[in-house]
Ligand binder design. Structure first.
Ligand code: 3UK
Length: 507
């Protein structure tokens, strides 16, 4: 059981303990243009906190919308909002004015901190007279950097409770209106004291790197809070491709990498060109990790990937496995502090070997901001994530599909992920997504959207070859009756396949 003081500011706690432990001179953050020690980061956070309270007049509990690419300044802004006793509302860099406007009004934000390069969509979002302060805009006299000059004194965090909200994170929203999820000061520490300590074994000499935006809780934890909690360093890079991430791992001697399964699959192809011996742990989350990808990455780097399922509602990863605990095909076991079970349609727990709805309970959990969907996600204190899972007799949890993505064809239940896994073992397949398409005769048919590796012809022979390949690997009724070749697959900024687009696109 994790215990935190009843009065708590999680950022003050992170940065003050860093100082008490003598980490002031260590490197905390590395960006494309600058490098900050723990002492420099604390000073920067304090100056920004003063701007928020003294210049903008924000009060404890005010909500501040944040917008910027992954860089030390964006990280410092998020930390400063929280240290100031305000509530951080980070937003994904690719969001458009209309989506930002919905978030700003749903979260009732009182101010905006935005990277100058991304201000266009904020200007267009139409929230009237919201105070807007730009950063990374050195020329401006009322930009954040100019204002920070005037506040050299340390900032004392206002008194807040461990269960005051400090973060509102919006779900990537593949469907419907985005949902805001609220998290407490103690939640941000609880995730640091769960997965990274127990599963990852994070240490002060680690160098964290990866792709998830800081506005996505996967990135906020993995690339900021986790390293700060153990005195480690995070490398923040604004625009990453599989190739530039590999180069950055090599250049910065990174030891821990966070990204999504498709990125690992693409990186495995290019890995032989880089010296990756520095890397000792690679964490995959956001989507199911196919065995084919786990195998390709192991063959390329010698590393056994750490798969972990997390959710914005739960703040971070709650089921995972590393090293010798890994069972291929399984996500893993509950992270210490969490419990998990499988529920049937009536909400009753089922035993091993039965597919049902995954439910979890632990130090973090779902608190939607004014949303009736709260009662669908939290049932009897259990968080029901919307995933179809199965448990084995040893307590391992196996992902099957998103509940609403199960394909029902001629009376058979088919998990698209299983068909994808089979296809990914075929040497011609770079990426794929499998969905159900409405069909008069069968209800739904299995439809595969396939990106081929360079040099392979998108021909009907290839399609038949893929179909036969799947029939030979898994139950033949699961084979894709329709195969469509694509240049790329539609993905969210968090790396998730947008299945609804696959279902509606092709015709
Ligand atoms: C799916 C996975 C199988 C699953 C996230 C790590 O992805 C994150 O949060 P989101 O709110 O999405 C949650 C949903 O994504 N998913 C995530 N990881 C896995 N499915 N295997 C996995 N390893 O459907 C889940 O319900 O965008 C991930 C940390 C923080 C996060 N917010």
């Amino acid at each position: 059981e994790l215990q935190y003081p009843a009065r708590l500011n999680c950022v003050a706690e992170l940065l003050d303990s860093a100082s008490l432990r003598g980490w002031d001179g260590r490197t905390a953050l590395v960006g494309a243009r600058e490098r900050l020690t723990y002492a420099q980061l604390r000073e920067r956070v304090d100056r920004i906190a003063h701007v928020l309270r003294d210049d903008l007049g924000l009060a404890t509990g005010s909500r501040v919308l944040l917008r910027g690419a992954n860089c030390p300044m964006m990280a410092a802004c998020i930390l400063a909002v929280i240290k100031a006793g305000c509530i951080a509302v980070p937003t994904m860099p690719l969001l458009r004015a209309r989506e930002l406007g919905v978030i700003a009004s749903r979260a009732r934000v009182g101010a905006v901190l935005c990277a100058a390069a991304l201000r266009g969509e904020v200007d267009a979002m139409g929230q009237g007279a919201l105070p807007l302060v730009l950063f990374d805009d050195p020329a401006s006299s009322d930009g954040l950097e100019a204002r920070m000059q005037r506040h050299p004194e340390p900032f004392a965090a206002p008194d807040t409770a461990a269960d005051d909200v400090c973060l509102i994170s919006f779900t990537s929203g593949t469907t419907g209106v985005p949902k805001g999820t609220m998290h407490f000061h103690r939640d941000l520490l609880a995730i640091c004291d769960g997965f990274p300590r127990h599963t990852l074994g994070a240490r002060g000499h680690d160098i964290f790197i990866g792709t998830p935006p800081l506005a996505f809780t996967f990135g906020l934890g993995g690339l900021l809070l986790f390293p700060l909690r153990v005195g480690a360093c995070a490398v923040l890079i604004e625009k990453l491709s599989p190739e530039t991430l590999l180069a950055a791992i090599e250049q910065h001697r990174a030891t821990v990498c966070f990204t999504a399964p498709t990125f690992y699959r693409q990186m495995a192809q290019l890995a032989p060109r880089f010296d990756l011996r520095c890397l000792s742990r690679s964490v995959s989350a956001g989507e199911a990790l196919p065995n084919a990808t786990r195998d390709a990455w192991r063959a390329a780097t010698g590393l056994e990937m750490i798969d972990g399922i997390g959710a914005t509602e739960m703040l971070h990863i709650f089921i995972s496995a590393a090293g010798s605990e890994v069972r291929p095909g399984a996500t893993g076991k509950p992270v210490p502090g969490y419990r998990a079970c499988i529920l049937d349609h009536d909400g009753k727990q089922v035993g091993p070997g039965v597919i049902g709805r995954l439910a979890v309970k632990g130090p973090t959990g779902c608190r939607y901001l004014d949303d009736p969907r709260q009662r669908d996600y939290v049932v009897d204190g259990w968080n029901v994530t919307g995933d179809a899972y199965e448990m084995d007799a040893d307590g391992y949890f196996y992902y099957r599909s998103r509940l609403d993505d199960m394909i029902i064809s001629a009376g058979y239940n088919i998990a698209g992920a299983e068909v994808e896994e089979a296809l990914l073992h075929h040497p011609a397949v770079a990426e794929c997504g499998v969905v159900g398409r409405a069909d008069d005769e069968r209800g739904q048919v299995v439809e595969a959207h396939v990106v081929l590796k360079p040099g392979v012809a998108a021909s009907s022979e290839t399609a038949v070859d893929l179909q036969e390949f799947v029939k030979a690997r898994i139950a033949p009724y699961k084979y894709p009756r329709v195969v469509r070749f694509r240049e790329q697959l539609p993905r969210t900024e968090t790396g998730k396949l947008q299945r609804f687009k696959l279902r509606s696109d092709a015709a």
